[in-house]
Design a protein around this ligand. Structure first.
Ligand code: ADP
Length: 511
């Protein structure tokens, strides 16, 4: 199959979160299964020309936008051996330091930037002559691609034997923008309705992608169920319900070639399930690096995270204060995001000298050392579509303590000290009290050295790789391709987008 994988970030070129990990590992796994896969993404400043051997392979590419046309270049990198990566280069839109924001606030022209990107992907595929069987789209930044595929490019012989997939990595970000941006899309105004891209009088990229794609996926089974509920669906619950016949969860895999303590180049000592001795050296190196006491008796907990409300970091900061007072606990955080929440961790560092380490920023190398050096990994997320670090942690013998939501609930099995089964710990309610009590319980378990070893072994045995997950994607691609080719055209079932009927009107400000 020929698969075009459209994304706004991919590791190692540009990364702000788990989407980047998925966007390089899944295409590589599909390529290893014999498919011809190409990644296509914007070329930000962060994408280093020399380091990744970028060369111009296409363009000048005309990208229709609003009443005119913008011009772009297409660059290619062969840095990922199995998968060519194409970059759409446009100095004004993407030649910036940040991907989506300047470090403080979102770029004011994000709607225009990603309308340009979506339209640019369609044009670039033609320019490089890659007629895909599947265009796999990821998150709101690519949400208009399925819409273009079903409308402006519907009768284009280059595309009309292909199908589209929309994967929702995080429905908390939908790409909701003022309605005046809609004219830049060149889409039929009749699609700007409640049955189409309109959302409380604004334009919603993700909604478009979900409604128009031939198949919709999200990154765990539990999150797929949750998205159909008002609490998690962020006003798109009815949209997810509407597409439920073609909507499913496929849990993200782990790239064990990057996340494996037996081979990890970023950690000072390697170890495995059979000999975990090296973990001690990693623990000490982590304590030194984070400037905390090299105390072998303390329980070392921590996390690597975007510091946001979604990740429950505010509640974690509150719960840590009494825990640090009551227990011989150390805590380290690597993260960036909400400065007010980060300041609360800064305050803990001041209150508990030698026991709290804080690194504000983004650091790939340190993230590996943290996975290897910790005893327990904390993920108190309010919601978590899949979550990767709980799975990385398990492979490093670091025990995850997670809120039972989304992919965390699917992948972590509660430890039972009677049957000696389980690979981590879960709690249901996100309150300071619940977190405090759970972590105290985990610390008690930690001190039962013999059974903790069994728990560590169980965790290290957990394995869910991209080669497992890619089989599920492959099956889904086959099913939708067969269905669309049997129909003789690739219109999404159950959706007559041309009708443009107006549903009930609700008024709501930007999400
Ligand atoms: P999300 O995509 O919601 O941020 P995931 O758990 O799916 O969460 O993926 C997060 C990824 O980003 C992991 O690979 C994690 O290690 C990485 N990460 C997050 N913050 C940082 C940071 N400050 N420095 C280095 N890596 C980070």
């Amino acid at each position: 199959m020929k698969i075009a994988f459209a994304t706004s970030e991919a590791y190692p070129f540009a990364k702000t979160g788990g989407l980047a990990d998925v966007s390089s590992a899944l295409p590589a796994a599909l390529a290893r299964r014999g498919h011809d896969v190409r990644i296509i993404m914007p070329r930000y400043y962060a994408v280093d020309r020399e380091r990744y051997g970028l060369r111009v392979v296409g363009g000048p590419l005309g990208v229709p936008l609003g009443g005119g046309e913008k011009w772009a270049a297409i660059l290619e990198s062969r840095h990922i051996p199995e998968v060519p990566v194409y970059f759409i280069e446009h100095e004004f839109y993407f030649g910036r330091d940040g991907l989506y924001d300047d470090g403080y606030s979102a770029y004011a022209d994000n709607a225009e930037r990603f309308i340009f990107f979506c339209r640019g992907v369609m044009q670039a595929l033609k320019d490089i002559g890659f007629a895909p069987d599947i265009i796999h789209c990821n998150d709101w930044q690519t949400g208009l691609i399925p819409v273009y595929h079903k409308t402006l490019y519907r009768d284009d012989p280059f595309f009309n034997r292909g199908s589209t997939v929309m994967t929702v990595h995080n429905a908390g970000y939908q790409g909701v923008f003022p309605a005046e941006n809609y004219r830049l899309t060149q889409l039929d105004p009749g699609l700007f309705t409640d049955n189409g891209l309109e959302f409380f009088n604004q334009m919603n990229f993700l909604k478009g992608g979900v409604l128009f794609a031939d198949a919709v996926t999200t990154v765990s089974r539990k999150y797929a169920d949750e998205l159909s509920t008002p609490e998690f669906g962020y006003d798109l619950a009815d949209v997810f319900q509407k597409v439920k016949g073609r909507f499913r969860g496929i849990t993200n895999g782990v790239d064990y070639s990057s996340w494996n303590p037996e081979t990890d180049p970023f950690i000072p000592a390697r170890y495995s399930r059979k000999t975990t001795d090296g973990k001690r050296a990693c623990r000490e190196a982590l304590q030194q690096t984070m400037g905390i006491d090299v105390d072998p008796a303390a329980v070392l907990a921590g996390t690597i995270s975007r510091v946001t409300y979604q990740k429950g970091m505010d509640v974690l900061a509150d719960a840590l204060r009494p825990l640090l007072a009551d227990e011989n606990l150390q805590f380290v955080l690597l993260g960036q995001g909400d400065e007010r929440i980060l300041d609360r961790f800064g305050e803990l560092k001041r209150l508990f000298p030698g026991r709290v380490g804080l690194f504000r920023g983004y650091d790939e190398r340190l993230s590996h050392l943290i996975e290897a050096g910790l005893d327990i990994y904390l993920m108190p997320s309010r919601y978590e579509p899949c979550g990767l670090n709980q799975m990385y942690s398990m492979r490093y013998g670091t025990i995850p303590v997670v809120r039972a939501t989304g992919g965390l609930d699917d992948t972590v099995i509660e430890w039972d000290d009677k049957s000696l089964r389980g690979n981590g710990f879960k709690f249901a309610e996100l309150t300071e009290k619940a977190l405090y009590e759970k972590i105290r319980y985990v610390i008690r378990c930690y001190h039962d050295t013999q059974s903790w070893k069994v728990l560590q072994r169980n965790a290290m045995e957990f394995s869910y790789s991209w080669s497992d997950a890619s089989v599920e994607y492959e099956r889904m691609y086959e099913v939708i391709l067969l269905a669309s080719r049997t129909r003789g055209e690739s219109r999404a079932p159950g959706n007559d987008h041309s009708r443009g009927s107006r549903g009930k009107k609700r008024v709501k400000s930007n999400a």
